[in-house]
Design a protein around this ligand. Structure first.
Ligand code: SF4
Ligand code: FE
Length: 486
């Protein structure tokens, strides 16, 4: 099995994936300077498991085996809570998206949904899923979750699309398996995964039966093509420096996956045609995943730290409005974490035996995430000052002519270097408008569902009738019908 981050990186070599980036096929993603930081971020999850096994691994109750927490089926509320603690820590350590949570949340959602389908239809999905998860655990692999379809006309159901491939579907059934086609968008860490689990993206109806497909596909299947999404300032990684990239070691990754008539054997199919369970799966998955976004509180810790460093280098750490802005940042950041960890604490056992977090609190967590990182970014940019956007290149700092001038004029208070100041500013730039703003801002907005998706769930779960009853009781309203007073 894979043990260390280095083992993991070695496991990605030589797979011959069809990966496209900047108009070229990538010969070896591991060695590509734009892709490597995203691989390093996943590698960090393995090293954390070695450093802090209580945080980043878990013991399987039935067998006593210790497995990576990203592959663990939750057995208690405490397990669900530990996921969040691990996520915050990894956000702090990497300052980016470390990509393994989608698979973790998909495994746990499917654990329940496959059980429910089997109860209703006598299908063999749950046992197949368990066998798949056990294999992943034993080899300690990275599993990505591929949910978001490209969707075409958003006003139409899958079967109504002029091109039915807008939602991944079964194009034919063969002896021993199914053939699927379609594309999945915004796929976090897919090139850095060993397997992907394909899932439907939304509630489906009887005419969407062929779109009701859940299955596992190896990432090195020849029918898969990956087209890497651009990130703001991504080509700075090609400039050969370590300062202007902001975060030289770590980054996120999203790509479009095209599945071109991929045969999937029966033992890797976990739903095929049971359309009425698509909504159950999506809701379970999003309940887990919307509280997984406490990862952003970990990244927020890094941003707050960078903002505090800049205030220090500028000589104003004790100025009251500076301190107050840092307090506001911490307040917002902990509010994100508070809702997520509360959702996990409120987990309950599912009929399948694993544990599921509270969905209302999870939606509140993610809804906060669609807003607060933007405000944290605004405050960080406020504290950074205009140099954030006008700072010269690190290559100018290294120039024998102009470099000494920059080091003289762009330093802050005595005892601090211009380079330290530049590095802190570049990190803030990276998080708020560079590569990692993809993860910290826009993915915070749309990942695991855009803001309106959370509002729909909050509306469904807010129990407004119960709240009205509470108000009636205290207001002494016994007869609210305006009857004829005669
Ligand atoms: Fe995990 Fe956060 Fe990345 Fe989602 S955005 S995969 S929750 S680190
Ligand atoms: Fe995400």
């Amino acid at each position: 099995p894979i043990v260390s981050g280095d083992d993991y990186i070695a496991s990605l070599r030589g797979r011959g994936l069809r990966v496209y980036l900047l108009g070229e096929r990538v010969a070896e993603p591991v060695d590509h300077p734009i892709l490597r930081p995203s691989i390093n971020a996943v590698a960090r999850t393995y090293d954390l498991a070695l450093e802090r096994p209580e945080l980043a691994t878990a013991v399987v109750g039935a067998t006593g085996e210790r497995v990576n927490r990203f592959l663990h089926v939750t057995e208690s509320a405490a397990d669900v809570v530990q996921q969040n603690k691990m996520q915050r820590r990894l956000g702090q350590l990497t300052g980016t998206c470390f990509q393994r949570c989608v698979g973790m949340d998909a495994i746990n959602a499917l654990y329940t949904t496959t059980w429910l389908i089997d109860q209703a239809h006598g299908t063999p999905y749950h046992g197949r899923l368990r066998a798949f998860v056990r294999a992943m655990q034993r080899q300690n692999l990275v599993v990505g979750g591929a949910m978001t379809d490209v969707k075409g006309d958003r006003g139409k159901a899958p079967h109504e699309q002029s091109d039915p491939d807008m939602f991944v579907r079964v194009v034919r059934r063969e002896p021993g398996g199914v053939v699927i086609r379609g594309a999945k968008a915004h796929q976090t860490g897919c090139i850095n995964s060993h397997w992907i689990v394909v899932m439907p993206t939304m509630r489906l109806g009887p005419r969407d039966r062929d779109h009701a497909i859940v299955c596992a596909v190896p990432v090195d299947h020849p029918g898969l093509t990956f087209v890497v999404g651009r990130q703001s300032c991504d080509t700075r990684a090609l400039e050969g420096g370590a300062v202007d990239v902001g975060n030289a070691r770590y980054g996120g990754q999203e790509a479009l996956i095209v599945l071109d008539d991929v045969f999937v054997p029966d033992e890797l199919v976990f739903m095929d045609g049971e359309f009425e369970f698509a909504a159950d799966l999506v809701e379970r998955f999003t309940a887990y995943h919307r509280r997984s976004y406490v990862c952003k509180a970990g990244v927020g810790d890094v941003l707050i730290g960078a903002a505090a460093l800049i205030a220090d280098y500028n000589g104003v750490p004790q100025v009251s409005h500076v301190r107050d802005k840092l307090v506001e940042m911490a307040h917002l950041n902990e509010t994100i974490y508070g809702a997520g960890i509360a959702a996990s604490h409120e987990s309950t056992a599912t009929p399948a035996g694993n544990w599921q977090n509270d969905p209302l609190l999870a939606n509140v967590c993610k809804h906060n995430v669609t807003r607060f990182p933007y405000e944290l970014a605004r405050l960080a940019q406020d504290l950074a000052g205009g140099l954030l956007a006008t700072l010269p290149s690190e290559h100018d700092f290294a120039d024998p002519e102009v470099g000494p001038l920059l080091k003289k004029y762009l330093r802050g208070r005595d005892g601090t270097s211009a380079e330290a100041r530049a590095r802190a500013l570049r990190l803030i730039e990276n998080l708020t408008m560079g590569r990692n703003a993809v993860g910290y801002l826009t993915e915070s907005m749309h990942g695991a569902g855009s803001p309106q998706a959370q509002r729909i769930q909050i509306a469904r779960q807010m129990q407004v009738e119960d709240k009205k009853a509470l108000a009636r009781a205290l207001a002494g309203i016994t007869d609210e019908v305006d009857g004829k007073s005669t």
